[in-house]
Design a protein around this ligand. Sequence first.
Ligand code: NAD
Length: 378
Amino acid sequence: MAPSHPVAILFALQTAAPSLNTVSDTLQISEIPVEGYERVVRGVDPQTGLHAIIAVHDTTLGPALGGLRMWNYASEEDAVFDVLRLAKGMSYKSAVAHTGLGGGKAVMIGDAKTIKSEGLYLAMGRLVESLGGLYTTAEDVNTSIGDLEIVRRATKYVTGLSRDSGGSGNPSPYTAYGVYLGVRAALGWAFDNDDPKGRTIAIQGVGAVGGPLAERLAEAGATVYAADRNQKRLDALTEKHGVKQVKAEEILSMECDLLAPCALGGILNDESIPELRTKVVAGAANNLLLKPEHGKALSERGILYAPDYVINAGGIVNVSVEFHDGGYNEEVALRKIERIPQALKELWTISREEGIPSSDAADRLAQRIIAEARAAKA
Ligand code: NAD
């Protein structure tokens, strides 16, 4: 059957006869040339079952950093589509957050419940190592710190390990701190007062990021409403911080000053946007807009939007400090995370002055930062 989406077509054309560059044990590494990406490599190891793709989008600003995702993709084309999208997103996120890093991503194809093994992650480590530092990996969906510790035995290009191993540790509290500061900035922009006291905030998902965000906002005097599939998490927040519980299907349409989606991507779409009853959307979840045009749909409704990859950059900023001379330093990380409100204000200013959605302003700013650095290097 003919491939249906554009990347699949490109992929079919360009990989009909993959060049075999490296063979390490039974690991076969081949290039997938993709326009606009510095390197895309496929690693296949029949012995361990590894089938992985690493995409290095851009290293103009520094080595590409991005997590390692394991997902049971229906096809390799789907995996390539996802890894390309995610790698580019990492370039943009790092550019706007001034981490001094480029963007990349890795995906391993397979069911996380059945295929994980030591050999698999060692083979993955060899694939990362084959890029010689162009790409450094980190945690992501279905990849734990324990998995990364195994990868680390085959390559030094691993970040986000535990503090005991000299890494920057769990990124979530840093992401939550950045989102909290971003929420305050958004309140300030929308209401001329950034104090959460007396504001009504609705949070979708109170996990590793949404939970600490709810705590901080409740402590600052906001009335916090939350929905989560995990009843225990909700009950703990209600008991300790008076968080009010809302049904999962009602949280997006409840009347509030600010909606903070901290669970799933793609929730801002044709169905949800007309139903929103908030002045602001500012939350942690990645890829909140189902399609880029949903940024315009939000601004047409007069809703202020904090672009997801700008407000949720606290975790990557924290990890990026591992690359500094002298290694990880929490103080440095916190000072950098505290620049997130300023970045958001710049985007809202561009958005207002140029009449474009803030999501488009973020992409433009990222592209400009990368292009200027490239020109300065030439
Ligand atoms: P998490 O898995 O710890 O928390 C997500 C929570 O959302 C869970 O409690 C889950 O039960 C809940 N949830 C799932 N579906 C839901 C639904 N339909 N309605 C209500 N609640 C639902 O994840 P996290 O680490 O807190 O990340 C949250 C989001 O932020 C994700 O999109 C993630 O990609 C993004 N993000 C996280 C980080 C980080 O450092 N953890 C960094 C950047 C972006």
